[in-house]
Write a protein that binds this ligand. Structure first.
Ligand SMILES: [Zn+2]
Ligand SMILES: [Zn+2]
Length: 190
């Protein structure tokens, strides 16, 4: 009997070769892939060192399904982990058998960034901490853009980067901050 697709919930998963020496179970209907832990690790072991992360040259349309899913191997609820690093989808991981469900094009998206050999890291605390940090930065970026307007905000970021490089940063700031720095008593920081 073949395994049930976590998304379509029908027994439609078929063995496919996802990469050289990496077998997956694919759903013909939704085109998602299930990779079991043993398959992943033996492929990773054969696959020398971790490839450096890169900017993707192609992008894929992803339909990250938000519904709760069950592990096709042990029937437990899969846990969602945000991937981060400029992507906007979750992977579904079974904490019991360590298998991973990839909705259509999620594997391809990770591969285009060379993150497909770091899948196991995505489920760690340190990776997830970084994902949350990225989210905080993205939110603040949005807030600043709305507050300053995107043109001024870009200019401001340039000025900030330039200021941060100056050894006299505080004096420069004091000068900027003072409405009239040409008085007899200069501002305190100058
Ligand atoms: Zn399916
Ligand atoms: Zn499982």
């Amino acid at each position: 009997m073949s395994m049930k697709c976590p998304t379509c919930k029908r027994p439609v998963l078929q063995k496919v070769t996802l990469e050289e020496s990496l077998l997956a179970n694919r759903c013909d209907k939704c085109e998602g892939n299930w990779i079991d832990s043993e398959q992943y690790w033996s492929w990773l072991d054969a696959h020398s060192e971790t490839l450096p992360e890169k900017e993707p040259e192609v992008s894929f349309e992803i339909n990250d399904s938000q519904k709760a899913k069950l592990c096709p191997q042990c029937n437990r609820i899969l846990i969602k982990y945000k991937v981060g690093r400029g992507t906007n989808f979750h992977l579904d991981h079974c904490s019991s058998c360590n298998g991973v469900w990839f909705d259509k094009n999620e594997w391809e998206t990770l591969k285009a960034r060379n993150l497909h050999d770091e899948i196991h890291c995505i489920f760690t605390q340190s990776w997830q901490r970084q994902v949350r940090q990225e989210e905080i930065e993205e939110n603040l970026d949005l807030i600043y853009t709305q507050k300053f307007g995107s043109e001024d905000y870009q200019e401001l970021q340039k000025i900030k980067a330039w200021l941060n490089d100056r050894p006299q940063k505080l004096a420069l700031l004091a000068y900027l901050n003072d409405e009239n720095p040409y008085k007899l008593s200069p501002p305190a920081n100058l």
